[in-house]
Write a protein that binds this ligand. Structure first.
Ligand SMILES: [Zn+2]
Length: 401
């Protein structure tokens, strides 16, 4: 029976699934290397949130949006491709006092999300793309028909996912809403409340006098969310929806350069580095074999990934084992193309197995996978991998071209 290279548990065949050495999200439709039965379903599942963060909420998410690969297959809906799942993504228009919710879909197409926004004189609805109308209307109808709206507020996002649910009751006679109760639960339900970014967000972007106001918008999964300063202002905003619609201002002509797309990330380096470390051990397993990948010299790495092992200061060890690295070195040169990634495994002079990866010829990571015992060092040779995600996929090379 196979043994998982991460939890080292022996399990039956059906408790394993093929694991991509490098996430398929980065390989395109070319050759993908997979580990057959080396990573169990439990470990794979535990790692998926690290990968999701890496490719949907970090720099790489934007690079994918500009550069590709387009998708794992051609059947996915155009506007569902590579959604950049960053909370703060806006369009600021020259001469407009409002900051609008934006979305970003492949290839490099910023757009207005369907939204109802508080203009200061009432609520105004806008939909940027015709194909969004139906989903937005469906969400709104459901919202306006429910007597009690649930609004989910994140409590401790990191340590222990926990949500506070505000139960907001509609009172038709006064055309208003009131919070009638609270509930705590492990998963969000109803409509999520997102907060405004800090004041400095607009100051840094020469946004003129544009300011945030409450709004209700549709995310790329077709779910409504609210954005407001706090739960009280969110509830007052719901009241606006019960008022007669505001006058629609005449359409303004927009010149090229009048619109600015503004965004910010909240990078979770702990997650990103874990995704990098995991990819390193996967590659190691593919190139040197699973028995080697299960060696006790990688126990610290395994504990970091599976048990979030901390250093003496309470920081995740992932932050010690991995770092971002933008520098080019003679043995790990940049390529001439942003359409490829490079990966490399070698031993440092101290006998530590080192993993380096550079995505889109830009984002670099440097990781220590583990100290290789002296008797094993001679079995480790330097390995280099190029991933051409526009055509051939992953291949090993003797030297970087
Ligand atoms: Zn496992």
């Amino acid at each position: 029976m196979p043994i998982c290279i991460y939890c080292l548990k022996t399990k039956s065949d059906d408790e394993f699934e093929p694991e991509h050495v490098l996430s398929r999200a980065l390989c395109g439709t070319g050759v993908n290397w997979t580990l057959g039965s080396d990573v169990c379903l439990d470990c794979n599942g535990a790692f998926s949130k690290f990968e999701a963060h890496w490719f949907r909420q970090a720099f790489e998410a934007l690079a994918r949006n500009f550069q590709g690969p387009i998708s794992r297959n051609d059947k996915e809906r155009f506007d569902r491709l590579q959604p950049v799942e960053i909370d703060d993504l806006y369009i600021i228009m020259k001469g407009d006092l409002l900051v609008y919710e934006a979305g970003f879909s492949f290839p490099n197409e910023p757009h207005f999300r369907p939204q109802i926004i508080d203009t200061g004189h009432g609520a105004q609805a806008m939909v940027g793309r015709r194909e969004d109308v139906k989903a937005f209307k469906k969400g709104l109808d459901a919202l306006l028909q429910s007597r009690v709206v649930e609004i989910a507020l994140p409590l401790w996002r990191e340590v222990r996912p926990d949500w506070l649910i505000a139960l907001v009751e509609r009172h038709d006679e006064t055309r208003s809403h009131r919070i009638s109760g609270w509930r705590r639960q492990a998963k969000p339900s109803g409509i999520c409340l997102r907060s405004y970014p800090p004041d400095s967000f607009l100051d840094q972007r020469d946004a003129g006098s544009a300011r945030f106001t409450s709004r209700l918008a549709l995310d790329h999964r077709g779910r409504l969310y609210l954005r407001s300063a706090n739960i009280e202002s969110a509830v007052r905003f719901l009241d606006l929806l019960l008022q007669p619609a505001a006058d629609v201002p005449p359409a303004r002509s927009v010149e090229p350069g009048d619109q600015t797309v503004a965004f910010s990330f909240e990078l979770n380096l702990n997650y990103i580095y874990k995704a990098v470390l995991k990819t390193g051990l996967n590659l190691c397993c593919h190139l040197y074999g699973s028995e080697f990948a299960r060696h006790e010299c990688f126990q610290l790495l395994r504990d970091t990934l599976l048990n979030d092992k901390k250093d003496d200061d309470g920081r995740s060890l992932a932050l010690r084992l991995c770092r971002m690295d933008a520098d080019e070195t003679a043995d790990f040169p940049r390529s001439s193309s942003a359409d490829e990634h490079r990966l490399m495994l070698d031993l440092t002079s101290d006998g530590i197995l080192r993993f380096r990866v550079r995505l889109y010829n830009s984002f670099g990571y440097y990781a220590h996978l583990g100290p290789i015992p002296p008797d094993l060092r001679s079995t480790i040779s330097t390995r280099r991998v190029v991933v051409d995600f526009t055509s051939s996929g992953m291949r090993e090379v003797a030297q970087f071209p």
